[in-house]
Design a protein around this ligand. Sequence first.
Ligand code: INI
Length: 155
Amino acid sequence: MATYEGNFTPPPGRFVLVAARFNQAVVERLVEGARDGLRRHGVAEDAIDGVWVPGSFEIPLVAQRLARTGKYAAVICLGAVIKGDTDHYDYVAGGAVNGIAQAALTTGVPVILGVLTCDTLEQAINRAGAKAGNKGFDAALTAIEMVNLLRRLPE
Ligand code: INI
């Protein structure tokens, strides 16, 4: 029986971060975490592109468009949806999360979910590097692992 796994060696190809400007102070930390995660696993700085979108709801369209170009090994989506800020939290968070999944499934390119969905700003800050790790860093590692896994899977 064959077992397939992705490792964390730097894969060939480029990465792109799609980051939402809403709650920008938090998302900037996610972006830094993701860049740090990629760099520390051997991805060259000049192989990392970045795109800013207005809010997390806008991430999927741009992520799908970038994935379709064939230019990127993976697309890393970063945002922070915070319940305290909005009545339509469920719609924004659900739209972002489902849309990111759709972008991956419709393109076959790993489109990685690094969007925080939190009750409070404090939780978001903690998950963006203050206390509970950095979700951007985690998303970068997931991207590398998925790229390497897909390269190994049979066609
Ligand atoms: N976008 C976020 O990324 N995080 C939020 O917490 C948020 N809140 O609170 O509303 C948010 N809203 C904006 C949304 O993503 C879209 O930009 C907007 O609805 C226009 O489509």
